[in-house]
Write a protein that binds this ligand. Structure first.
Ligand code: PEP
Ligand code: MN
Length: 352
């Protein structure tokens, strides 16, 4: 990883740098962090002559040989100061809340508009709404592109930024061509490296963020971080990590709740952690407690399935959506806990 002295290189400096690496068969990938641009070397980066020549350029601060499998996501990478923003607002500053329906029902758009206004009123920062849905059964409702118009209309009516899941390159093209702020990668696609790379490529140069769910089959924390690395290595570092429960499920829950990995993720990477308690516990009655637990573990925020009338919802909403009044209480208390957690962390750091 090549780290320039100034926040950006001039086009001329960039060209010179590129001509050196090209001689040694290395491709340069430009990563546009919020406060600086860094360059990732793709190929055999341990070529002494090349390193000496790059190190000798007066506009280069240093060349970091990160030994960890993830070079860009690491807490000490050149992106350490990068801030992910949704619609200009820094994720984690004040505990970020994304809320809304699991699934937008194109036959009942008014439920979604009412939900959108209600989550805004409850204090959410962004609105979620599933347009296309990954369903276990091919005979269940799979989503409908018409729901995208409803999502965008809700965005226009409320002014909230919006999040929706993409599952294939065709949906990705539709979403990137429209005004969607957060692309959600679901648990089933978190190991689909081709799609992750394609998402990274398509959002490069845009403000779009990705909410990367943890695969339900992931064990080692590195696997999760490396999946994010696939996206970031294409140039846009706006990635959030989303624990959402793993399988086998804890008896009585939908999955095995995993909000407790938040501190581990935050220790190893700079990326914000947004916990999904809805899919983790899978039952509306347990969701508030899982949200508060996420805040206690130091997550930067939560994504919560919410519906004005869960019983009339589709997809996961009848089972696991909370109502907006419950959401309002969750948000108030989770934000207070987030602040307490921050003070605990400061205290621990002062002792160490
Ligand atoms: C969802 O957010 O509605 C969803 C399908 O999530 P996951 O991919 O975590 O199952
Ligand atoms: Mn869902």
């Amino acid at each position: 990883m090549i780290i320039p002295k100034e926040s950006h290189l001039t086009p001329e400096q960039e060209r010179d740098l590129q001509s050196i690496t090209k001689e040694f068969g290395i491709e340069l990938m430009k990563i546009n962090g919020e406060t600086r641009t860094i360059y990732l070397m793709i190929g055999d980066e341990r070529q002494e002559e090349m390193l000496a020549r790059i190190g000798g350029l007066d506009y280069i601060d240093r060349v970091d040989m990160v030994q960890r499998p993830y070079k860009l996501m690491a807490r000490d990478s050149g992106l350490a100061t990068h801030k992910v923003r949704i619609d200009g607002k820094v994720v984690g500053a004040g505990f970020t809340v994304i809320a809304g329906q699991c699934t937008i029902d194109p036959k009942n758009p008014n439920y979604f508009y009412e939900t959108a206004h209600a989550v805004k009123e409850a204090g959410a920062d962004a609105l979620r709404g599933g347009v296309w849905k990954p369903r276990t059964s091919p005979y269940s409702y799979q989503g409908d592109v018409k729901a995208l118009d409803i999502l965008l209309e809700a965005k226009a009516r409320t002014g909230l930024p919006v999040d929706t899941e993409v599952m294939d390159p065709e949906q990705l093209d539709i979403i990137v061509g429209n005004d969607v702020d957060v692309l959600q990668v679901g648990t089933r696609n978190a190991l689909n490296y081709g799609l992750l790379r394609e998402i990274g490529r398509k959002i490069n140069g845009r403000k779009t963020c990705v909410l990367l769910k943890r695969s339900m089959h992931m064990g080692k924390i590195e696997e999760f971080i490396m999946a994010a690395e696939y996206i970031v290595a294409q140039g846009n570092p706006n990635v959030m990590l989303c624990p959402r429960g793993t399988t086998p499920a804890m008896d009585g829950y939908r999955n095995h709740p995993d909000e407790c990995i938040a501190p581990l993720l935050k220790e190893r990477t700079w990326a914000p952690v947004i916990v999904d308690p809805s899919h983790s516990v899978g039952k509306a009655q347990y969701v508030p407690f899982a949200c508060l637990a996420a805040a206690s573990y130091g997550a930067d925020g939560i994504i919560v399935e919410t519906h004005v009338a869960p019983r009339h919802g589709i997809g996961d909403d009848p089972k696991q959506a909370v109502t907006p009044d419950v959401l309002a209480k969750i948000i108030r208390d989770a934000r207070a806990i987030h602040e307490l957690q921050r003070r605990h962390l400061e205290h621990l750091m002062a002792l160490s």
